[in-house]
Ligand binder design. Structure first.
Ligand SMILES: NC(=O)c1ccc[n+]([C@@H]2O[C@H](COP(=O)([O-])OP(=O)(O)OC[C@H]3O[C@@H](n4cnc5c(N)ncnc54)[C@H](O)[C@@H]3O)[C@@H](O)[C@H]2O)c1
Length: 244
């Protein structure tokens, strides 16, 4: 189900892998690559394999998980692998992972040969409601987070809540914190829904994710390059949550 569109489609739901498969076939990419870390290789790639054959023949680039690896050295590894396996400007990179994979994979793709397509398949709750959306890409410089980067949009975002089953509680709560932030800054009804949700027990997070993406989309549309500080603005809160 296509739930939103910015300059690119965002899909969520039970048929998301059919949507992904059709989307990739339509794009007619010269070659397909997938970026994973050891956790998404083990937990998420099998879910995709079970649902679709898009990863058959796709070169998989594995990087070590964790923020400490969101750096230029890892990025060089990605560029080298893309080069080794013959990526060109008509290839695409599937970012299968959390915020780190979406950030560094997007950055590596957007700068490889002056830009190749990338598609986000976010696998943490945080990446599904926030990090995969908006085209903010980057890597850390020593201890400074996101010091190097650029804005470049993914070609599409494909979200499956099946990935969330292998997350630990800490990772789920980290994504929930972002959902709470979205509820607090912009929407009273959504805030009520959030308060009624037991995030660690809930069996259906799709409505919450979808609503959170809607709010994130409004923030992006109002301030795509984060020049106006919309997230912090009382004007934005007054518009989306008029009675507060
Ligand atoms: N670009 C943006 O707009 C934006 C917004 C918010 C955050 N971020 C970035 O996102 C990053 C944080 O993202 P995160 O919280 O997703 O962390 P993460 O990407 O480090 O993922 C957390 C851990 O979960 C593992 N993992 C991922 N999916 C899994 C799954 N389905 N099952 C089991 N394990 C899984 C990962 O391997 C990792 O060990 C930070 O680098 C932050 O700067 C970017």
């Amino acid at each position: 189900m296509k739930i939103h569109s910015l300059d690119y489609p965002i899909y969520i739901g039970t048929d998301v892998f059919d949507n992904l498969s059709s989307f990739i076939k339509e794009q007619n990419y010269s070659k397909l690559f997938a970026l994973v870390d050891e956790n998404t290789l083990t937990n998420c790639v099998p879910i995709i394999h079970e649902a679709t054959d898009i990863l058959v023949g796709c070169d998989i680039i594995e990087i070590p998980s964790g923020e400490q690896n969101k750096n230029i050295e890892t990025c060089s590894t990605i560029w080298e692998e893309l080069t080794k396996y013959g990526a060109d400007r008509h290839s695409a990179l599937l970012n299968i992972g959390g915020g780190v994979i979406c950030d560094i994979g997007g950055f590596a793709a957007a700068t490889f040969k002056r830009g190749m397509d990338f598609i986000n398949i976010p696998t943490t709750l945080l990446a599904q409601v926030d990090a995969s959306i908006g085209g903010k890409l980057g890597i850390d410089l020593q201890v400074i987070k996101n010091q190097i980067g650029l804005f470049s949009n993914p070609s599409g975002i494909f979200i499956s809540t099946n990935f969330l089953k292998s997350l630990n509680n800490r990772q789920v709560l980290s994504g929930f914190a972002e959902i709470i932030k979205h509820g607090l800054i912009s929407d009273e009804d959504y805030w009520d829904d959030i308060q009624d949700t037991d995030i660690l027990k809930s069996k259906n997070l799709e409505p919450l994710i979808s609503e959170s993406i809607k709010i994130k989309k409004q923030i992006i549309l109002a301030d795509p390059y984060e020049k106006k500080g919309v997230k912090k603005s009382s004007e934005f809160r007054a518009h989306y949550w008029p009675c507060h």
